[in-house]
Design a protein around this ligand. Structure first.
Ligand code: ATP
Ligand code: MG
Length: 447
């Protein structure tokens, strides 16, 4: 419309031509009595029509603007704003409390349409939400005039838990009752509450088991085994093992919470990963010997694998991985400990053993950076694929590996993952039942 306005109206052109013709006739001194009045008349008609058209066009523009403003004010107030709100919102209305089908939603913003899978902004309420508790809360707001809320669980591939709040609104112009329903997604909150409760339950269970055993042996020693020298020695050895287990568990829990506390602060020291791995190999030597497992380190010379890190934590990572490899190997097996440098994260995360299933448990956000990787590989029992995603969960242990002398607390790999994460590094597991396991943990190299 703006572009059309820039062209002169044809009536203006006609009026202009008429004036030109009149001026020409006068200038050449041939004014004809019949032609001049006719030309004058045509010019005037053209000029008036042109002016009228301009006025009409202006008026129709104003009318359109007024209509648009009217339309805007006819939509619910702030509709555009509410439409884009991330929280799902419904405006509902009803006339008759007895008739359930007469409750309607007269506005559903985009988030509400996505959540409730609606393809319209208005419709019958029970077709949008069938949950009786939500409908009850809606009725309390509509007919009771009070604020009401409830929880709404949506089942499906991605189940969600929502807190629904219903609030009464003013009566509509036609006397209908109105209310607002807002949905708050509390899925993640509930999930973290559940994780915390699980964690507490697991931690207390893990502590209670050795504690119950200690109490049992104390009772026995004070009772019928009081005079039995042999039994006393045996029981004391078991009690010591149980007390050590409790102490290890508490150390691991404290270590985990310390790492989590400063996980957002990346370490800044430069550490020799080969020396850290060497320390861990030395520390694992007695356990490996006791279990008849041979450690085969293949580490570069000092200075060849410098990474940005925290030395104690890097040793802790290597110790946990080597400790697992030894624990879950059979006597006579070999555990290989290797180091690779000059890798991108993509290369480090590609793994060592294409023939077995692999899962990345942690991926750094600089895929092209320079990394050094510690690779710990065993030929022990290995694990079925379904266990791989859960290995770094606290207290997770593969079924069948829980009992007996090998039993650990299930915190080692959680610690490894949190340390690698603090270092902005990565963690990869490759394993298959009967084919052994390879863990690769990689850290950013010194710039
Ligand atoms: N190299 C491995 N081979 C086979 N299974 C393994 C291996 N490493 C870990 N697992 C399995 O993963 C589980 C979790 O390992 P994680 O190191 O977190 O706990 P843990 O060794 O049982 O106890 P902790 O390390 O706290 O003493 C183990 O219980 C075991 O079932
Ligand atoms: Mg372990």
């Amino acid at each position: 419309m703006a572009a059309a306005n820039r062209h002169p109206s044809p009536w203006f052109v006609a009026a202009g031509l008429g004036l030109l013709a009149l001026a020409g006739l006068v200038a050449f001194g041939r004014p004809d009595e019949r032609v001049v009045p006719a030309l004058l008349l045509i010019t005037c008609i053209a000029a008036f029509t042109a002016l009228g058209a301009v006025g009409f066009r202006r008026r129709s523009h104003v009318d359109a603007t007024i209509r648009a403003v009217d339309q805007l004010s006819a939509t619910p107030p702030y509709a555009a704003l509410v439409e884009t709100l991330p929280s799902p919102i419904l405006v509902i209305t009803a006339l008759d409390p007895e008739d359930i089908t007469n409750r309607r939603f007269i506005f559903a913003n985009r988030a509400a349409r996505d959540l409730l899978r609606l393809d319209q902004v208005s419709g019958v309420l029970v077709q949008a939400v069938r949950d009786p508790q939500v409908l009850e809360a809606a009725d309390e707001a509509l007919f009771g005039g009070i604020a009401a809320e409830c929880l709404y669980e949506i089942a499906g591939a991605q189940p969600r838990t929502l807190r629904v709040q219903a609030r009464p609104l003013e009566l509509a112009a036609n006397g209908a009752r109105q209310a607002l329903i807002v949905f708050h997604d509390e899925t993640e909150l509930r999930q973290s509450e559940r994780t915390r409760a699980d964690f507490l339950a697991n931690a207390s269970h893990e502590l209670r088991t050795p504690l119950a055993s200690l109490l049992g042996f104390i009772e026995t020693l004070r009772g019928h085994a009081r005079q039995d020298e042999g039994a006393r020695e045996r029981f004391l050895a078991i009690m010591q093992a149980q007390a050590e287990r409790m102490s290890r568990l508490i150390d691991d829990l404290m270590s985990l919470s310390r790492i989590e506390l400063n996980e957002h602060v990346a370490p800044a020291d430069v550490v020799d990963l080969a020396l850290a791995a060497r320390d861990a190999v030395d520390a694992a030597a007695p356990l490996a010997q006791a279990r008849g497992v041979r450690l085969e380190p293949d580490l570069p010379a000092p200075g060849a694998a410098m990474v940005v890190g925290d030395r104690d934590q890097l040793v802790q990572v290597a110790q946990n991985l080597i400790d697992n490899a030894v624990k879950y190997s059979r006597p006579g097996d070999v555990v290989a400990i290797g180091l690779k440098t000059g890798l991108t994260a993509l290369q480090a995360g590609a793994g060592e053993r294409p023939e077995v299933p692999r899962l990345s448990l942690l991926t750094p956000d600089r895929p092209q950076g320079d990394y050094a990787a510690l690779v710990v590989s065993d030929r022990g029992a290995g694990m079925a694929r379904e266990h791989l995603p859960r290995l770094t969960e606290r207290f997770y242990r593969v079924e069948g590996q829980k009992s007996g002398e090998r039993s650990g607390t299930g915190l080692g790999l959680a610690i490894v993952k949190h340390i690698a994460n603090r270092h902005r590094g990565g963690l990869l597991v490759e394993s298959a039942e009967g084919a052994g396991t390879t863990f690769t943990v990689y850290f950013p190299a010194k710039a």
